[in-house]
Ligand binder design. Structure first.
Ligand code: MG
Length: 453
């Protein structure tokens, strides 16, 4: 689980996905208001958009951050409880800086503060460092009493978000199919947007856990198979074409096919690339992505660019390379025509678009993809530094081809393994990819053995 190792008063505050912590522990009123003041000082737009997910502490953290922003003389537009990608769309379209109060898929006691640049993308780490610097130096703009910021509210963003998604798919064709869809929003931020989107796409919709509930009483906010047993059970009844689940802030979407089977995120991305990319397009994924993506790209003469792990890095690289599609293996898909960020609602509409275009059920579409096994495991490092672990790996596999884009990726005859230290916990993540399940398990145990003290 997350550790609260970022301390007030020194060093780094932003992790790979903004600042995360527990309210009244790391995220005290003082901390949040001062971060708000640092963001207000840093942001180049006069108005800053603020949104939140459904967490119980959203009002507290959001208000404290907002107060800090207002103290600098910047204004706040409060967009309410909406998915992170809906805020990102707002920022891109209005050229306003944004702040989202979310801890994505983390347990309910956590919350977070994540900054969105005025082009709608997640903030560069150099800009996060600039905010940290302002924070540590208490170097805040302090407005005269007569010009402190004001709050306005805007409840229209969910509607605009849905319209934008509809404009990027063949709405009429999807509507003509009358799909039966089960949506599990997991008590999270898409409680309104995704059921409405599906209704507007002509689907017969059954909603699970679409009551906004910051305790996430219905299920864990991480959309992994072990947390989606209800959704899979409903899908197994045989009455539906598609099941979909989001994480807490709905930048991701994962799917269950019409037979009740979980679709791995790398296969969703592979499917979208297969049907939506055109020859010569550029595709961006992190080095942790399954070779199913590589094989699809090779077959369609697409150029695949691999980055370090992390959606913000993938999104930035896509922007720089003018890539059409990208994403991660956890259900985070980035569609360049839409916006350079993960977008759960957009991913859902694209999957329906492909089903409508091909007139095939999801199980058949996934069954036609090349089959790869991607295993993921975390191993406790017990305080051992990455340099020591890396040395052990290099001595265990001295002659293997390797890649050091992120951590250490070691290639074997029948697959590869990526070993990388976590940014937030004292663990290393071990990924293994192979066409063959038995080979994948053997590779995994070889690598785990090599890491042993
Ligand atoms: Mg998320």
């Amino acid at each position: 689980m997350m550790t609260e190792r970022r301390e007030e008063g020194s060093g780094k505050l932003f992790g790979t996905n903004g600042i995360r912590g527990i309210p009244n522990e790391l995220l005290t009123f003082g901390f949040c208001s001062r971060i708000g003041a640092a963001i207000g000082t840093f942001a180049r737009s006069q108005t800053i958009a603020v949104a939140r997910d459904t967490r119980l502490s959203g009002d507290f953290i959001g208000s404290a951050v907002t107060a800090g922003v207002l103290s600098t003389g910047k204004d706040v537009v409060d967009l309410g409880t909406i998915p992170t990608p809906a805020l990102q769309l707002y920022c891109r379209n209005t050229h306003r800086f944004g702040i989202v109060i979310t801890a994505s898929h983390n347990p309910p006691q956590f919350n977070g503060i994540k900054c969105i640049d005025s082009d709608g993308t997640e903030l560069r780490s150099t800009d996060e460092s600039a905010i940290e610097d302002l924070y540590h130096r208490s170097d805040f703009l302090k407005s005269h009493w007569s010009s402190v910021g004001k709050i306005t509210r805007d409840d229209g963003q969910v509607g605009r978000y849905i319209e934008n998604i509809k404009s990027l798919v063949d709405t009429e064709r999807i509507r003509s199919r009358h799909y039966r869809v089960v949506i599990d929003t997991g008590n999270g931020a898409a409680f309104r947007s995704s059921p409405e989107l599906l209704t507007e796409l002509g689907c017969r919709v059954v909603s699970l856990n679409s009551n906004p509930d910051g305790l996430f009483t219905s299920r864990n906010a991480e959309p992994r198979p072990e947390n989606l047993s209800e959704l899979m059970l409903v899908m197994k009844s045989g009455g539906f074409d598609l099941g979909v689940a989001h994480d807490g802030d709905a930048d991701r979407a994962v799917f269950i096919d019409e037979s009740g089977k979980f679709v791995e995120g790398e296969n969703t991305l592979a499917l979208i690339i297969k049907y939506m990319a055109s020859e010569g397009d550029r595709i961006v994924t992190p080095v942790s992505s399954s070779d199913v993506i590589e094989e699809i790209c090779r077959g369609k003469s697409l150029r695949l660019i691999k980055t370090k792990v992390g959606a913000p890095i993938v999104a930035r690289t896509m922007m720089e390379e003018k890539a059409s599609l990208g994403g991660e293996e956890n259900g985070g898909v980035i569609i360049g025509d839409n916006q350079y960020c993960r977008d759960g609602g957009m991913t859902l509409a694209k999957v329906l678009d492909i089903m409508a275009m091909t007139e095939k059920p999801l199980s058949a579409l996934i069954g036609e993809l090349p089959r790869y096994i991607l295993l993921k495991k975390s191993m406790e490092t017990e305080g051992r530094p990455w340099s020591e672990l890396k040395k052990k790996l290099l001595s265990a596999f001295p002659d293997n081809r390797r890649d050091e884009t992120d951590g250490l990726k070691i290639f074997f005859e029948d697959g590869w393994s990526l070993i990388r230290p976590s940014g937030t916990e004292s663990v290393v993540r071990v990924y293994v990819n192979s066409k063959n399940e038995k080979a994948a398990l053997i590779l995994q145990s070889m690598v785990l053995n090599a890491l042993k003290p």
